[in-house]
Each structure stands twice: as structure tokens, then as C-alpha cells.
Design a protein around this ligand. Structure first.
Ligand code: NAP
Length: 288
């Protein structure tokens, strides 16, 4: 039976540590870090993510403002709000909840956020800095995955890692972070031939595709570490499930993340950490 890598527990202890740091900031810097989340429209998934971010901010002691706008907002109006937040010296982090309505160009919106306040790590400047190995804000989910692996004592250097998925928010950046940790990384995707042959070579398998229970036991090497990023509804039970058939793969893997309670809580926790890091970088700059 695999060890269950408990993201909920790790996220809780990291948030407690962050909260202890944040509690000292008022005395040191005269205020606490301020995260502004912009929510456009009423999509149930987005509303629940934004609520989770506000709750985590409260747990860590961050100031959180949620700006809610109807999905009729124009791109120009949204860009105007971002300009104001960029100029506000008491705003440290800006996050626009994705997806945005179709009439708004998400790339344009993300690029409009100041790279110094881009707590998601999606701004082109932060993406470039990640690939150049320069100081930057790392995207939350990939950052959380590395923390999970390290906390579970998984050795990454020299290992064969297969990442299924090549999205800008998960697959590509987590591949780069794993490469930085000296893994030998293979990126698989929807055009990969003989996917099971590729995945069976993985010592560490990271799955970020968005298909319920897609990875079955025959695709996993005995003793592999499996990180399941997927968040899906099981078509039969309607319950949350990952991209990995947990019940079948658990008996073959040496360690595995559950869904829920694995990668998800770490993503929010890293968002909190990113907000604190943006705040501290700003304070260092202002205080010389
Ligand atoms: P995405 O942008 O839709 O990308 C999915 C990737 O999976 C693509 O690269 C796609 O390949 C690949 N793919 C799709 N079907 C495949 C198949 N049959 N075989 C091999 N590869 C396949 O998704 P994403 O944003 O990366 O998210 C992936 C999943 O992670 C979703 O369930 C999402 O909800 C979840 N997620 C969770 C968190 C968290 O915090 N837990 C955070 C972000 C995302 P192509 O490039 O060839 O199309």
C-alpha cells in the first residue's frame, strides 16, 4: 500500500508558520500584506476558489479584498481596475480569477498586472524568469508539488519523471521546477504515442490533464511516486476525483497524493506564501 502524501496537513502547518511570521509584520513594517482578488461573473467553481482564497488569507492574517464584477464588464474597465491596483502602494498581490468571459483577452489582463504583484506567477516576466532561473514568483500549483515531494522525503535528483500535461499553469512550469531539481523530465501530452509505455518508465509521475481516473494501474511502475493534480467530478458518483484511478494505483505506487486533500490545499497555501514574498520584496526595496 502506498504512503498517502497528505497535502491538507502540510498546507496547514505551512500556513501556521506563515501566520506566525505575518503576526510580526505590523510592528516591523506598519501593516500586513494585502491580497486583492478580482472575480468576474458567477461561475460556481470560481466563486468557490475565491472563497477559499479569502478563508486562507484570514487564517494566515493577510488582508484580503475581493472585487466582484458582473460578466458584462468590458476589458477596458477590467484593465482600468488593474491599473489602479498596480498604482496602489498598499496592494501587494493582485489575482484575477480565471477563466474570464470570452470577450476578455486573459493574456492581456495577466500581462497588465504588475509583475511585482503577480502572485499567481503567470505574468510573462515571471514565466521568463522561471525559465532563466532568476528570482521570481513561482506559479502556485507547481511550487506546491515540489514542496509535497520534498516533505514526503522523495529524492528528485537523477529520477525519471514523467509529467502528463503541458499547460502554462501546471505541466510546463512543474517540468521546469523538476528539471531544476535535477530530474530527467519527460513531458507527455495528448499527441504522445504509447503513453502507457512512457508513464511506466516514471519513478515520479505527475498527472495534470483534467480527465477523471485516466491513469490506471497498468500505466504505473511498481513503487512509483504519483502526484495527481486533476480536479474532476466522477461521472458516476459525482464526487470530486483526480486524473488517477486512486483505488487501483494506490496498491502499486510507493506514495500518492489523494484528491481532494493532496495538491489542491498546497496551491492555496503557496498563493499565501507568494503574497507574503511579494510584500517582503517590496518592503526590502522601500526600506533599502
Ligand atoms: P489544460 O490546460 O486543459 O491542459 C491539459 C493537458 O493535458 C494538455 O497539455 C493536454 O495535451 C493534456 N491531455 C489532455 N488529454 C490527454 C490525454 N488523453 N493524454 C495525454 N495528455 C492529455 O489543464 P490544466 O490547467 O493543466 O489542468 C489539468 C488538471 O489539473 C485539471 O483537472 C485542473 O482542474 C487541475 N488543476 C488543479 C489544480 C490544483 O490546485 N489542484 C490547479 C490547476 C489545475 P495537449 O497539450 O496536447 O492538448
Amino acid at each position: 500500500m502506498a504512503t498517502i502524501i497528505n497535502g491538507k496537513e502540510l498546507a496547514l502547518s505551512l500556513k501556521q508558520r506563515l501566520a506566525a511570521d505575518v503576526a510580526t509584520f505590523d510592528a516591523k513594517y506598519g501593516r500586513t500584506p494585502h491580497l486583492v482578488v478580482i472575480l468576474v461573473g458567477e461561475d460556481a467553481g470560481s466563486v468557490s476558489y475565491v472563497t477559499g482564497k479569502a478563508k486562507a488569507s484570514a487564517e494566515v492574517g493577510l488582508r484580503n479584498t475581493t472585487i466582484r464584477k458582473p460578466d458584462t464588464i468590458t476589458e477596458a474597465e477590467l484593465l482600468g481596475i488593474i491599473d489602479e491596483l498596480n498604482a496602489d502602494s498598499e496592494v501587494d498581490g493582485i489575482l484575477v480569477q480565471l477563466p474570464l468571459p470570452k470577450h476578455i483577452d486573459s493574456d492581456k489582463v495577466i500581462s497588465a498586472i504588475s509583475a511585482e504583484k503577480d502572485v499567481d506567477g503567470f505574468h510573462p516576466m515571471n514565466v521568463a524568469r522561471l525559465w532563466l532561473k532568476q528570482e521570481c514568483t513561482l506559479p502556485c500549483t507547481p511550487k506546491g508539488i515540489i514542496k509535497l515531494l520534498k516533505s514526503a522525503g522523495v529524492e528528485i535528483a537523477g529520477k525519471n519523471v514523467v509529467v502528463i500535461g503541458r499547460s502554462n499553469i501546471v505541466g510546463l512550469p512543474v517540468s521546469k521546477l523538476l528539471l531544476n531539481e535535477n530530474a530527467t523530465v519527460t513531458i507527455a501530452h495528448s499527441r504522445t504515442k504509447d503513453l502507457a509505455d512512457v508513464t511506466r518508465r516514471a519513478d515520479i509521475l505527475v498527472v495534470a490533464i483534467g480527465r477523471p481516473k485516466f491513469v490506471t494501474a497498468d500505466m504505473v511502475k511498481e513503487g512509483a511516486v504519483v502526484i495527481d493534480v486533476g480536479v474532476n467530478r466522477d461521472p458516476e458518483t459525482k464526487k470530486l476525483c483526480g486524473d488517477v484511478d486512486f483505488a487501483a494505483v494506490e496498491s502499486k505506487a510507493s506514495a500518492i497524493t489523494p484528491v481532494p486533500g493532496g495538491v489542491g490545499p498546497m496551491t492555496i497555501c503557496c498563493l499565501m506564501e507568494n503574497t507574503v514574498e511579494c510584500f517582503l520584496r517590496k518592503m526590502e526595496k522601500t526600506n533599502g
